[in-house]
Ligand binder design. Structure first.
Ligand code: NAY
Length: 295
């Protein structure tokens, strides 16, 4: 599981002006990352607008990423989370056929599943594919709080290799590490606490802002692995100046606009109900971009 450790970009899903998935821009985004040394991709997660895409579109996005990264020794994690188990099973089987290296699934949300139902959901997906599973914990979006017992149970199953932990509660991250042992991998999910997550025991990070700041986070991760904590602090401060600005707006349209300004994707289009920025908002972000030495 070594190849999954480290920083992993949660890829955006570029779209053309009409809102159709833009495979060419997606290829350019993957290439842009590969050229900057990124070798791990999380495909079709929250950042990838998973729940705004059809199951077929999610399959197409994964196939494009696998094709573009072929021969690059990249580790590709397909997010297959859905609110219904059968769609997740379809996506997990497809991920295996498409050549992904692992699957990941957000906790089923909306129908307020019990812990037993959540466990059954993961068991069913894991039984459908030999690919390793990464649980995706994102209480801010799902409203579901997982117990430490749940993680311990998952850690006891050979196909479950770890958790993508998207919460600012780093005490809980540390408790998962303490309860589940070092073989259960933890990826920090909020880039604004990348340093804190690493300090508390994360093995890596899965992040959206790595789309627009791959070089900064790649060197940040190297500093962290090397234990150079004063450089880590500097890198986090630099990254957070951008993230704090982004959080005044909206994550996905902001990152798409930056990638567009960077010349990587053809349009900053997002899918409704997400919305494009007003002309004033756009001017403000463009002005920030023009003076930022980071982006
Ligand atoms: C996903 O599935 O795409 C992720 O969770 C990637 C991690 C991001 N989380 C979300 C919810 O978008 O990078 C973070 C996040 O955008 C960033 O920390 C800003 O809060």
């Amino acid at each position: 599981n070594e190849k999954f450790k480290g920083m992993m970009t949660a890829l955006l899903t570029p779209m053309d002006e009409r809102g159709t998935v833009d495979a060419e821009s997606l290829r350019r985004l993957v290439r842009h990352q590969l050229d900057r040394g990124i070798r791990r991709f999380y495909v079709g997660g929250s950042t990838g607008e998973a729940f705004l895409l059809t199951v077929e579109e999610r399959m197409g996005v994964l196939e494009t990423v696998v094709e573009e990264a072929a021969g690059e020794q990249a580790a590709i994690v397909a997010h297959v989370g859905c609110i219904g188990t059968s769609d997740s099973v379809r996506l997990a089987r497809h991920a295996e056929r498409a050549g992904a290296d692992a699957v990941s699934a957000v906790v089923p949300f909306y129908y307020k599943a019990s812990m037993k139902q959540i466990r059954d959901h993961y068991e069913t997906i894991m039984a459908a594919t030999p690919l390793p599973m990464i649980v995706y914990h994102f209480p801010g979006a799902t409203g579901v709080q997982l117990s430490l017992d749940f993680y311990e149970d998952m850690a006891s199953r050979p196909s479950c290799i770890g958790v993508k932990f998207t919460s600012l509660n780093l005490f809980e991250l540390q408790q998962i590490r303490a309860r589940c042992g070092d073989d259960f991998l933890i990826w920090n999910g909020h880039d604004e606490v990348f340093a804190g997550g690493g300090l508390m025991g994360a093995d890596g990070a899965i992040g959206s802002t790595f789309n627009m700041m791959p070089d900064l986070f790649a060197s940040f991760y190297r500093d962290m692995a090397g234990g150079d904590w004063s450089s880590v602090r500097e890198a986090q401060t630099e990254a957070n100046a951008v993230i704090a600005h982004m959080l005044r707006y909206d994550v996905i349209p902001y990152e798409k606009l930056v990638l567009y300004l960077q010349g990587v994707i053809a349009t900053p289009t997002v899918r409704r109900p997400l919305t494009q920025f007003t002309p004033e908002e756009r001017r403000a972000i463009e002005a920030f971009y023009a003076q930022s030495g980071t982006l």
